[in-house]
Design a binder for this molecule. Structure first.
Ligand code: AHR
Length: 497
């Protein structure tokens, strides 16, 4: 039997959880936008053509920020073609996903959609094929209230009030040779610095995210962050991290140990930020924006076949991973890891939100439905707001094919002082053993269990569909502070004071 104890104390705090940790991502890719968030002929479409069934699910997830419009897509994005009267908009070639972009949805629509979904855009500018000029014009269009060309252009398009977008990504994955307009670290660092500098000259209320590596497995990982930050440190606020996991080898114990590498990735990037800070004798701290994370591999073969003839198409089915029960556990472990680093990871974006490696799927002529990975995100977004605590975890452990001493249980704790609510998220990583889990609530006198919800399944490969939700939270019976976690389970304990 696996065994773990979590000692939780109010006085041991990591940091307040930035609500932007529960962000997500909509890219012009596959069916994320068209037949995803936007489908004017769908039975639930509103007056703007947005699917209300999708908006309802996004609201359920309570996503404070949504990154837009890419991803790789942004590196060849001509924002001017995506605004103004729809009948005058120019279709474009999207080089990233070899797709015909009709520009029926653009900056204006996305700003409107985000508002309806209770979210705010995290806007990316094109630093692939474009630069400072296009970024400044877009910022003026979005945020300025002046009597000047691009602010007036927005007004002439019917949007009198600026969108007031606070968070801006300086391009996307510019270390990747696949990127249109890929650059060396020095070239990119300089361009990102100049762009962020000029944008802040126009609107000093914004924050800027500079591109880190597109994964920790890039050959330039580490040196890329250092060189880019040496150029851009003074002008940017966050550095981005991206990670996608897969279980190609069908080695689930190893799959469940991925967040150990995630932790190492986060800590390495923190060290590099602080190294550059020290070298510059700066007082400013750069934080982390983990703005792409998820499991991504189920759709690879299908997408490879699909892209073979490289046809130009409109909103093709791409990256439509159907997620398993075990994928939900991996996403839960990632959320636990982000919470443990809430002092430096201030922003994160589950990639993505609808249809494309997403918690929400849509049928073109039917309903919107929740994938397995919907639930850990839902739980964390709903109950993981407050102060991330620094609990002591003592757990039995096991070895996996690539990791030694993997704790059988992993956990994080968040205290919402105002609501007098303490939440513990816990995963039992063992596939065939229950885990006795003791939560030592020292410092939380008077707190008692309000409820315990879990994701459990006998079938690691169970998936949801539009017809059947096989993976969904169940209510667990429990009281006191001794619990028995099912093998391979995600657990949420909510205590009230
Ligand atoms: O999220 C899918 C893609 O993954 C994004 O466009 C890109 O940034 C990353 O490589």
């Amino acid at each position: 039997m696996a065994k773990a104890t979590l000692i939780v104390d109010k006085d041991f705090q990591i940091a307040p959880v930035d609500e932007r940790l529960y962000g997500s991502f909509i890219e012009h890719l596959g069916r994320a936008v068209y037949t995803g968030i936007y489908q004017p002929d769908h039975e639930t479409a509103d007056e703007d053509g947005f699917r209300k069934d999708v908006i309802d699910l996004v609201k359920e997830l309570n996503v404070p920020i949504v990154r837009y419009p890419g991803g790789n897509f942004v590196s060849n994005f001509y924002w001017e073609d995506s605004v103004g009267p729809k009948d005058q908009r120019k279709p474009r070639l999207d080089l990233a996903w070899r797709t015909l972009e009709p520009n029926e949805v653009g900056i204006q629509e996305f700003a409107r959609w985000a508002k309806k979904a209770g979210s705010k855009p995290m806007m990316a500018v094109n630093l692939g094929t474009r630069g400072v000029d296009a970024a400044l014009n877009l910022l003026e269009y979005c945020n300025l209230d002046t009597d000047t060309h691009y602010a007036n252009l927005r007004r002439s398009h019917g949007d009198d009030k600026p969108y007031d977008i606070k968070l801006w990504c300086m391009g996307n994955e510019m270390d990747g040779p696949w990127q249109a307009g890929h650059k060396t670290a020095k070239e990119y660092g300089h361009l990102a610095a100049e762009t962020a500098k000029a944008m802040k000259m126009m609107d000093d209320s914004i924050e800027c995210v500079v591109c880190g590596s597109s994964s920790k497995y890039m050959p330039t990982f580490g040196s890329w962050e250092q060189e880019v930050l040496e150029e851009a440190y003074d002008y940017v606020d966050y550095v981005s991290l991206h990670t996608y996991w897969s279980n190609m080898a069908d080695d689930t114990p190893e799959f469940f140990a991925q967040n150990i590498d995630l932790e190492e990735f986060i800590e390495t990037v923190i060290h590099i930020c602080d190294l550059v800070k020290a070298k510059k004798h700066s007082k400013k701290q750069i934080n982390l924006s983990f703005d792409e994370w998820n499991v991504w591999y189920h759709s690879n073969d299908q997408d490879d076949k699909d892209m073979k003839d490289r046809p130009w198409r409109k909103h093709p089915h791409l990256l439509e991973d159907i997620y398993t029960f075990e994928d939900a556990i991996v996403d839960g472990l990632a959320l636990i890891t982000f919470l443990k680093h809430a002092d430096r990871v201030k922003i994160a974006a589950l990639a993505q939100l609808v249809n494309v490696i997403a918690p929400i799927m849509t049928e073109e002529n039917g309903k919107a439905w929740r994938q397995s990975i919907f639930y850990p995100f839902y739980h964390a977004s709903k109950y993981g707001r407050g102060i991330s605590l620094n609990p002591v975890l003592r757990s039995t452990s096991h070895d996996t094919s690539a990791h030694e001493g993997v704790t059988d249980v992993d956990a994080a704790a968040v205290w919402d002082e105002e609501k007098q609510q303490l939440t513990v998220f816990a995963v039992n990583r063992c596939l065939d053993q229950e885990a006795d889990f003791h939560i030592d609530l020292r410092g939380f006198e008077g707190y008692t269990l309000s409820f315990w919800e879990a994701l459990e399944s006998d079938d690691l490969k169970a998936v949801n569909s539009a017809e059947e939700e096989k993976v969904h939270p169940i209510q667990k019976e429990g009281s006191g502070n001794e619990f028995r976690l099912a093998p391979a389970s995600w657990n949420v304990f909510v205590f009230k004071g």
